[in-house]
Design a protein around this ligand. Structure first.
Ligand SMILES: C[S@@+](CC[C@H](N)C(=O)[O-])C[C@H]1O[C@@H](n2cnc3c(N)ncnc32)[C@H](O)[C@@H]1O
Length: 325
C-alpha cells in the first residue's frame, strides 16, 4: 500500500466511529489479529451470504470456465481455492460448474464453514470442502491453479497483505479472480453507513439493524442508489454485512494492481460484479483525442486509477495471472 496520505490511508470514515475507537490502527503489529477477531465475531453471529443467495453465483462460475478456456487452461484435475468462502454458496456453484476440479474453501468463521459443508453435503457435492483458516496464514504455497476471493480483502486490517497471500498460494501460471468494493463507486454506500453510525450511536446491534430498515425505507436517496446485488433489507445478516460491518478498508484499483504486481501477478482484465467487461485502456473512456493521448502515456497502474475514477464501478472484479512456468 502506498504510504502517502490520501483517502485510502484511513478508510472512508468521516467522523471517529466505533471501528476506529476499538480496533488497533492498521499498521500496528496487532492490527490483523484484532481486526480478524472482530470480523470472526461478526460472521459468527451473522454468517454471509444468506441462504436465499443459493445458486446466485452460477453465472459467475460459467464466466470463469469460459475465461479459463480462453486462456487455454483445462480445469480437469486442477485445484481451485476460495479464499474466504463464507457460507460456501460460491464454492457450491463452482463445484457444480467444475465437477472435474477439486475445490477447497477457507474462512475465519467456524459458523460459516459449518454451514458451507452442510450445504455442500445437502447438494451431494463430492469435489469441494470448506475449512476454518485465516487466509493470511494458510500454510499453502503455490498449490492452487485458480483462486477466487470475493468480497473479503477489504475486510482485512492491511488489504495489501491479503493480496500477497493470494499471490503466494497460486501456482506459477495460476489465475486469480478478485472481487472487492470499488473505492469511488462506494461513496454513496459509505455515506449511508455514516448516516447509520451517526444515528445509531449508543444502540445495540439489534436496534441498529432496525434503524437501518427504518432509515432506508424513508430515504429517497437510498432507494435511488444502485448496488450489486441489491441488499435484502429483510435479512439481518445481509443488513449487518452491508451497513454495520465491523471493519471495511476499501482499496483503489491502482492499489490492487500494484499490490498484485508485488506478488508477481499481472492484471489481465476488469469486470463489474456481473462479469461485464470494463476496458482497462483509459482511452476507451475518454472522448478527447488529446487527453486520450496523455492517458495512454501513463504507467499501467495510473491508467487503471484513471479508469476507476472515470467509470466508478460499485464492484471491482479483477482477473490476474501469476507469471508462469
Ligand atoms: C462478505 S463475506 C464473503 C463470503 C463469500 N466470499 C461470498 O462472497 O459469498 C466475507 C468473508 O470473509 C471472511 N474473512 C474475513 N477475513 C478473513 C481472513 N483473514 N481469513 C479468512 N476469512 C476471512 C469472513 O469470515 C466472511 O465469511
Amino acid at each position: 500500500m502506498d504510504a502517502e496520505p490520501g483517502p485510502s490511508a484511513q478508510g472512508w470514515s468521516m467522523v471517529p466511529d466505533e471501528r476506529e475507537r476499538t480496533a488497533a490502527p492498521a499498521g500496528h503489529p496487532g492490527a490483523h489479529r484484532d481486526v480478524a477477531a472482530r470480523v470472526r465475531g461478526q460472521y459468527r453471529a451473522h454468517p454471509f451470504p444468506p441462504p436465499q443467495r443459493r445458486h446466485s453465483y452460477r453465472n459467475h462460475a460459467r464466466f470463469v470456465r469460459q475465461y479459463l478456456e480462453g486462456l487455454g487452461i483445462d480445469p480437469a484435475g486442477r485445484r481451485f481455492g476460495d479464499m474466504a468462502c463464507g457460507t460456501g454458496l460460491m464454492l457450491l456453484d463452482y463445484a457444480l460448474e467444475f465437477p472435474e476440479a477439486e475445490l477447497v474453501g477457507y474462512d475465519l468463521s467456524e459458523a460459516s464453514v459449518e454451514r458451507a459443508n452442510a450445504t455442500l453435503a445437502e447438494e451431494g457435492v463430492g469435489n469441494a470442502r470448506a475449512l476454518v483458516a485465516d487466509l493470511l496464514d494458510l500454510g499453502e504455497t503455490e498449490s492452487f491453479d485458480y483462486v477466487v476471493s470475493w468480497g473479503t480483502i477489504h475486510h482485512l486490517a492491511e488489504p495489501g497483505e491479503g493480496l500477497l497471500a493470494l499471490a503466494r498460494v497460486l501456482k506459477p501460471g495460476g489465475v486469480l479472480r478478485l472481487g472487492v468494493y470499488g473505492y469511488y463507486g462506494n461513496w454513496e454506500r459509505h455515506i449511508q453507513q455514516e448516516i447509520v453510525r451517526t444515528l445509531g450511536q449508543g444502540l445495540d446491534l439489534e436496534d441498529k439493524i432496525r434503524l437501518v430498515r427504518e432509515w432506508a425505507a424513508a430515504d429517497l436517496r437510498f432507494l435511488a442508489a444502485q448496488t450489486a446485488p441489491p441488499v435484502d433489507l429483510d435479512d439481518d445478516d445481509w443488513v449487518v454485512d452491508e451497513f454495520l460491518h465491523v471493519w471495511e478498508r476499501p482499496l483503489r484499483l491502482d492499489e490492487v494492481v500494484s499490490g498484485l504486481a508485488r506478488g508477481g501477478l499481472s492484471v489481465l482484465a476488469l469486470t463489474d460484479y456481473d462479469d461485464r467487461p470494463i476496458p482497462l485502456d483509459p482511452t476507451a473512456h475518454i472522448r478527447s483525442p488529446t487527453l486520450a493521448q496523455r492517458a495512454s502515456q501513463l504507467p499501467f497502474d495510473q491508467q487503471c486509477h484513471l479508469v476507476e475514477l472515470l467509470t466508478r464501478p460499485y464492484w471491482l472484479a479483477v482477473l490476474a495471472r501469476k507469471q508462469g512456468p
